[in-house]
Design a protein around this ligand. Structure first.
Ligand SMILES: [Zn+2]
Length: 306
């Protein structure tokens, strides 16, 4: 009996060794980490840099990021300059040629998404944070399957021996996402036609999915603080367009949204800008459900989070 147990253990060990090393994946944000784990499962080692509570444009760089990036086979990021202020410099400092911006290991998950807010010309003057179009597609439910597809593609190229395994996992996952999208669309029907103002312009994909209309942003340009004049104009617009909700996220100061909401006489609502923004948001699917619930509650009560 002992001999059989030993033999079984030996065969298990041989299979594990034959399977080869895991793919080392670093995800810039927890949204991509969640998807990477679902698709890669036990064939990938996933580490995530941001906690999800931060402003995605300004994640504080920690010394612990460098060894993680140094070992990485792939770095997954939202791209479109979402992580421009912190990730490329860290990758360069990590001394790993596999994950330079021009290398195969640098993977952005936006290709295939209809990018919104693409400016006529690239311009980072005045601190514009969206020079290549709006990068906050991770909170748009419709973008999930495309993001997952890009991760599948990158994994299959980096570790072709597991391509079928990744493909099967991705098929199950995207099936779940399609079902989720259907549920969200049904439950989110009351949001159709609702007018909103956002803080940082980070909800256009969310608006697109639910049929909400954003009539302005507290920041006159992404990353630029509002002036008194801009807020006055926004108040007038908000009243004229009968704005119902002012939407901000957990990384933003609620003071200005609440003051503006009082002047316009509407509700405020705090949503989450990423997985991990709240402790109960552990997966990308939970992020979408959390935001829908927050929006519907604010709309129904007219009180928002005040
Ligand atoms: Zn932004």
């Amino acid at each position: 009996m002992k001999y059989i147990c030993f033999l079984t253990w030996l065969i298990g060990l041989a299979v594990a060794l034959y399977a080869g090393p895991k793919l080392n994946v670093v995800a810039s944000v927890p949204d991509l980490g969640d998807m990477a784990k679902r698709i890669g499962q036990d064939k990938v080692e996933v580490v995530v840099l941001a906690t999800g509570r931060e402003d995605l444009h300004a994640v504080p760089a920690r010394p612990s990021f460098l060894p993680k990036l140094n070992r990485a086979d792939l770095v997954l990021s939202l791209g479109l300059d979402a992580e421009h202020a912190w990730l490329p410099a860290l990758c360069a400092e990590a001394r790993n040629t596999r994950i330079r911006e021009d290398a195969a290991g640098w993977v952005e998950t936006w290709p295939g998404i209809s990018v919104l807010g693409v400016p006529a010309k690239l311009d980072r003057s005045e601190g514009e944070q969206h020079p290549e179009g709006n990068p906050h597609y991770n909170i748009g439910p419709q973008c999930g399957p495309v993001m997952a597809g890009n991760i599948l593609q990158a994994f299959s190229v980096a570790a072709p021996q597991y391509a079928n395994f990744f493909k099967d996992n991705a098929a199950v996952y995207t099936g779940e996402l399609e079902k989720l999208l259907h549920e969200l669309k049904e439950q989110g029907a009351p949001l159709r036609g609702v007018t909103i103002i956002d803080y940082h312009p980070d909800v256009p994909y969310l608006c697109d999915f639910y049929g909400m209309q954003a009539v302005g942003s507290i920041e006159p340009k992404a990353g630029v603080a509002p002036t008194a004049g801009h807020l006055h104009t926004l108040e007038e617009t908000g009243k004229a367009k009968k704005v119902q909700l002012i939407v901000y996220n957990q990384s933003q100061n609620p003071k200005i949204p609440r003051q503006l909401a009082q002047r316009i006489s509407c509700a405020t609502v705090e949503i989450a800008n990423a997985v991990g923004a709240k402790k109960e948001i552990r997966t990308w699917a939970e992020l979408q459900r959390y935001n829908l619930t927050a929006l519907l509650n604010a709309l129904r009560t007219g009180q928002g989070d005040r």
